[in-house]
Design a protein. Structure first.
Length: 148
């Protein structure tokens, strides 16, 4: 069985960010390694309606198109039971997460996927919540998985 991964939109957008910052450049390389592993069928990328909504708000047309295409070509679209998702979202939001972050986590949890984000504050909150899924940044994921 292939492990599933869920990259939030900030991780997906890392290659479009200013690469003159070392951290951004390292995370970009890690995202590229992750996609190389996805293309080698080492992982299944899952994405959700939250991705579609957030990507639709990206002002750069080329970035928006490329991200849509990337998800459609390499990812598997997932849905969840809306009633259960709302209950879980309310719990996560009451625990201090933003609505969009909570929604991403609900889909990652439903898919039993590792959750990858570049948002340090979100990673810290996820660790404090004791989620049943792994959460971390792209570099930590590559380190954990031995991707080089």
């Amino acid at each position: 069985m292939v492990n599933k991964i869920y990259l939030d939109v900030c991780a997906l957008c890392r290659p479009y960010d200013d690469q003159s910052y070392m951290r951004i450049n390292l995370e970009t390389i890690a995202v590229q390694l992750i996609f190389s592993a996805i293309n080698q069928n080492m992982y299944d990328l899952v994405y959700s309606p939250v991705h579609v909504k957030e990507i639709s708000a990206i002002s750069d047309q080329i970035e928006r198109f490329e991200l849509y295409h990337l998800l459609q070509e390499t990812g598997v679209f997932i849905n969840v039971d809306k009633v259960q998702a709302r209950k879980r979202a309310e719990k996560l939001v009451s625990s201090g997460l933003g609505v969009a972050d909570a929604a991403h986590l609900i889909f990652a949890e439903a898919a039993e996927a590792d959750f990858i984000t570049c948002d340090d504050k979100l990673c810290k909150k996820c660790r404090a919540l004791g989620l049943a899924i792994w959460t971390g940044n792209p570099v930590a994921f590559c380190d954990k998985e031995g991707l080089r």
